[in-house]
Design a protein around this ligand. Structure first.
Ligand code: NAD
Length: 495
């Protein structure tokens, strides 16, 4: 793949503004340079917001049934080009091709949901909330009836800032619903994976969105901070690490913006002694190691209850040894490289820290059979991890499993609830009682019962708790419609 020097995408055109600093991305599997992009073009950010602001009056006045037509077309375009998009995702992110295809399908799922905007945006009416006359109680007595309606109206220019781990899918949590609701949009994709977003916007242009409805600007922290405080921006959607999510939420809301900020995670999975063995092993391996652990819904700490360890530990180690580590393009590969060399070093550092803090290492991912290269690291399994260790508390965002032990379900739930995050909690059990108790007592927004990655489909909100989310309205589902619209209440009296 040849290197692409990227432009911004503003008002339907490629706009060149390289700023003063550039960022270079390599294919993490091969080291080949795949993209170079500008990092500090504040002028381009201003131009993108201006284009979105200019497009807003006509777009918000376009009937919602017409606004979703480009989305229907876009869905077909994406389906026809899923292989090209998967190639780009694998090349810039490194993930296994099957995972890349799955993530595009999940993105398309969001577009399908947004196509329902004509129904989703419907408001409420209550006729005859009162009859206006000081003397009459009814119309028959000469009073004038008063009706009331609540309409969902778009809010204006919305901004989206996205992370590296799902280059195409996470932006789809934001802009399809935002524009279907009548807003215009500026996306600032992760500087680490810009290619698939740029291509997705080129396809959106083909689908027929008017110029300025969708805009994309590249950049780093300065561009983000400029966008989230810009006078003409009304709402900010963010997905990324907890530290930045908190910063974006505080900064954007202090500047008077509506904000929804999804953060990082440390997800606990509880294995009961009565769990189906195959389902638990497969579910845990897929959750902890899938996408090389770079998911906000990655299982990370696995709490074995009672004697579950007797069957779980030997079986999970044997099954993990079969997870292959190679380029994401390799047929049937288990996991590809992590995003970059710095991530690999950070993850390897956590493996060393786990050993130094006294956990028992059962499989060392630094020694896995894998290609040469800075960005590969295989699956690691630790046992006898305790709550005070960094591998039990920190989001590692790599393929590391930390096995802990608990004598009862309640002790396991208490252990999981010590985490300040709260994205996901998972239980594997064959007991309805245990599952119900886990669901009720877990302080997490997304719960899996015998499901390792309980990612909600787009009709449901994507809902983290605690330090995994700052804001009120989550991504996707009815929350997204509420986030990207505001109510206008009208009280009417016809004389
Ligand atoms: P990140 O926080 O480093 O970057 C996310 C975005 O913020 C990028 O676009 C980046 O340019 C921007 N950014 C980085 N530093 C900034 C700063 N100082 N000021 C303003 N903007 C800044 O996250 P990442 O490493 O790209 O992604 C991984 C993280 O995202 C993980 O923590 C993962 O759990 C989280 N994530 C969460 C969810 C969720 O739904 N909760 C989903 C996917 C990923």
């Amino acid at each position: 793949m040849s290197t692409r020097v990227l432009s911004h995408f503003i008002a339907g055109k490629a706009v060149v503004d390289a700023g003063t600093q550039q960022w270079t991305n390599m294919n993490p599997a091969t080291g080949e340079v795949v993209s170079i992009l500008p990092m500090d073009s504040i002028a381009a950010a201003d131009q993108a917001v201006a284009a979105a602001d200019e497009a807003y009056p006509a777009w918000s006045a376009t009937p919602v049934g017409d606004r979703v037509q480009p989305l229907f077309k876009y869905k077909s375009i994406l389906e026809a080009n899923i292989d090209e998009l998967a190639d780009l995702i694998v090349a810039e992110h490194g993930k296994a091709r099957a995972e890349a295809i799955g993530s595009v399908r999940r993105g398309i799922d969001c577009i399908e949901f947004a196509c329902g905007a004509p129904t989703l945006m419907m408001g409420q009416t209550l006729p005859q909330i009162a009859v206006s006359s000081s003397f009459c109680r009814t119309e028959d007595e000469g009073g004038v009836p008063i009706d009331s309606t609540a309409d969902r109206t778009p809010i204006g220019v919305c901004v989206g800032i996205t992370p590296f781990n799902f280059p195409l899918m996470v932006p789809m949590w934001m802009w399809p619903m935002a524009v279907a609701c009548g807003n215009t949009f500026v996306l600032k994709p992760s500087e680490k994976v810009p290619l698939s977003s740029v291509r997705a916007f080129e396809f959106a242009d083909e689908a027929g969105f008017p110029p300025g409805v969708l805009n994309l600007v590249h950049g780093g922290a300065d561009v983000v901070n400029h966008l989230i405080t810009h006078d003409d921006v009304r709402a900010v959607s963010f997905v990324g690490s907890t530290k930045i999510a908190k910063h974006i939420y505080q900064t954007a809301t202090a500047a008077g913006k509506r904000a929804q900020c999804m953060g990082g995670a440390k997800n606990y999975m509880v294995i009961m002694p009565d769990a189906n063995h195959e389902a638990a092993i497969e579910g845990v391996i897929g959750s902890v190691f899938g996408n090389s652990g770079q998911r906000c819904l990655a299982g990370s700490a696995v709490v074995l209850v009672g004697d579950a360890g007797d069957w779980f530990v030997p079986a999970v180690v044997e099954a993990t040894k079969k997870v292959s580590v190679a380029s994401g393009e390799t047929k049937g590969v288990g996991i590809g490289p992590v995003i970059d060399c710095a991530s690999r070093e950070r993850i390897a550092g956590y493996v060393q820290r786990g050993i130094d803090e006294g956990a028992e290492i059962l499989l060392d991912g630094r020694e896995a059979l894998m290609p040469e290269g800075d960005c590969f690291i295989g699956p690691t399994i630790f046992d006898r991890v305790t709550s005070d260790m960094a591998i039990a508390t920190d989001e590692i965002f790599g393929p590391v499993m930390s096995i802990m032990r608990a004598s009862s379900l309640d002790e396991a739930i208490d252990t999981a609830n010590t985490s300040p995050y709260g994205n996901m909690g998972v239980i594997f059990t064959s007991s309805g009682y245990s599952a119900r108790r886990f669901k009720a007592a877990s302080r997490a927004g997304m719960i899996g019962v015998n499901v390792g990655v309980p990612a909600p489909m787009s009709v449901f909100p994507f809902a983290g708790w605690g330090h995994s989310f700052y804001g009120d309205l989550h991504a996707n589902g009815p929350d997204a419609v509420r986030f990207y619209t505001e109510y206008k209440i009208t009280v009417t009296r016809w004389l």
